[in-house]
Design a binder for this molecule. Structure first.
Ligand code: GLU
Length: 509
């Protein structure tokens, strides 16, 4: 029987969620939805020393913003809850003990100080200490100590951890959906701690037990977990669970823009782009890290951009709606190589999605921005302006930069343009033109004014480019903006002529 696809995103609440993590979640989501499966949010909070207040809420809010909905998880519950590992704490010890009973794990009594001393000893000889099949016999554990001593230590309540026992000289083999066949020599592996002296499982044990209990079919996660995978596979085998072992897919890293190393929080600060979906306020350091949401990115643009950092559908297509991604996504087409983060591309995606936002929606946003500046312009005008300048903007907060002159009169005129266009005698010509424009009736003034200019300028052997630019300079203060007819329509006869006459008086050449 084919099992229903069930995948999980399993972040640890240790701080804000990196966009690499968001991409991992997105690929899980796409895979689940494509296969009619479930997408689960599990919070892996067994490492209490790294727990950060507010991080879980941040993760939940990030996915709400991005529009990626979980089917089960910490917020909505589900048949295999609870979904927060700290609330499942009681479950794990029995599993660890089961492995001890099966001879696949053992008690270790070494104190942190003793282990530290071993580490330093090894370092002094330029070696690294590892708790493994070669060293464990020299250490204090239930494999090296006599059985009655182990018994005594346990009865006396001595602190212990439970470690996985890697056999010597075995080949651990498995297949990864992205990386292919993997084979590792068990002698090289660390006997990782599964269960800690504080009564908490480690990530490795809790992760495997929960994936099993939650019927996870595919584990899609970042490449940084690949080195742990031989342990995970060995755990499934040690428990006798190989028949339900999920398939593994380890995603390539997200790289710095120059391709040199993993994209880090610091790169974002240094190069001026967010590496987190939402702004994060670190309570300890007081530091604020920027977020895509607060930087004006649209969630659909972020989703689309992340989908393409490490995957493509084999064509040149770059714009995909979430539904399209669900249809077209395939693990086969995930790259093995790291994907470089590209800020220009991120902006490009936002530009594309901003163009799809209706003028009405943007006008509402813009009207609020204007009100904050103390500008109260009627909605219809704001909407008209938005329609005219939207294509010049990649972010809603670039609207002002591209349309301020609709709301405030120019105080200065771009010097370079002025020098080039406003020659001696231009003032007089503009004066005459202004008079003619005054004489045009108010009804459909802008259209009539344009017809007049198109006729008048060549007829009087004037330079079209120069005159129109001088008019633009007078009205806008610069040579930027959409076409003059549109500007004249929005601003109207009175305002245009006021600005033109002011310019003529001020420039005075
Ligand atoms: N808790 C791990 C993390 O923070 C989960 C890794 C996994 O998906 O197995 O990334």
């Amino acid at each position: 029987m084919e099992h229903k696809v069930r995948v999980r995103f399993a972040p640890s609440p240790t701080g804000p969620l990196h966009i690499g993590g968001v991409r991992t979640a997105l690929y899980n989501y796409l895979f689940a939805k494509q296969n009619g499966g479930d997408f689960i949010l599990r919070i892996e909070d067994t490492d209490q020393t790294r727990f950060v207040e507010g991080a879980e809420q941040y993760i939940i809010e990030s996915f709400q913003w991005l529009g990626l909905k979980f089917d089960e998880g910490v917020t909505m519950g589900g048949p295999y809850g609870p979904y927060r590992q700290s609330e499942r704490k009681h479950l794990y010890k029995d599993y660890a003990l089961e492995l001890v009973n099966r001879g696949k794990a053992y008690y270790a009594f070494d104190t942190p100080e003793e282990l530290n001393a071993k580490r330093q000893e090894a370092e002094a000889q330029k070696q690294t200490f590892q708790y493994d099949c070669n060293t464990r016999n020299t250490l204090k554990n239930s494999l090296s100590l006599p059985a009655d001593e182990v018994q005594r230590r346990l009865e006396q309540g001595e602190a212990y951890v439970i470690r996985f026992k890697f056999e010597k000289g075995e080949k651990i083999e498995f297949d990864d959906l992205i990386r292919g066949h993997i084979s590792v020599d068990s002698s090289l592996l660390d006997d990782k701690v599964l269960y800690k002296s504080d009564g908490m499982p480690t990530y490795h044990l809790a992760n495997i037990v929960d994936d099993r209990l939650m019927h996870i079919t595919h584990v899609i996660r970042g490449e940084e977990w690949l080195p742990s995978c031989p342990l995970h596979v060995s755990l499934y085998r040690a428990f006798g669970w190989e028949d339900t072992m999920p398939e593994f897919a380890h995603l390539p890293l997200l790289l710095k823009p120059d391709g040199k190393g993993k994209l880090s929080k610091r790169d974002g600060d240094r190069l001026g782009f967010p590496v987190f979906p939402l702004q994060w306020h670190d309570n300890k350091s007081g530091e604020i890290s920027s977020g895509y949401r607060e930087s004006g990115y649209l969630p659909q643009a972020v989703v689309n951009m992340l989908a393409l950092l490490g995957w493509n559908d084999g064509t040149e297509q770059e714009i995909f709606s979430l539904d399209e991604l669900v249809n077209k996504f395939s693990i086969d087409r995930i790259s093995k190589h790291g994907a470089k983060f590209d800020l220009d591309k991120a902006k490009w995606f936002n530009h594309q999605y901003l163009q799809q936002v209706s003028d009405d929606e943007l006008a509402e946003v813009y009207q609020k921005q204007l009100q904050q500046k103390g500008i109260n312009t009627e909605y219809q005008t704001v909407k008209q302006v938005v329609g005219l300048v939207k294509e010049r903007c990649s972010f809603a907060n670039e609207l002002w930069l591209n349309s301020d002159y609709f709301f405030v009169r120019p105080e200065q005129y771009a010097e370079k343009a002025l020098k080039k266009r406003w020659k001696e005698g231009t003032g007089a010509i503009m004066q005459t033109i202004s008079q003619h424009l005054h004489d045009i009736e108010d009804n459909d003034w802008a259209e009539k004014a344009e017809d007049f200019l198109m006729d008048y300028i060549p007829k009087n052997e004037l330079n079209m480019g120069q005159i129109m630019n001088c008019l633009r300079l007078s009205v806008v203060g610069d040579t930027k903006g959409p076409n003059m007819l549109d500007i004249m329509k929005v601003l109207g006869k009175q305002e245009i002529l006021f600005r033109l006459d002011t310019a003529i008086a001020k420039i005075n050449l």
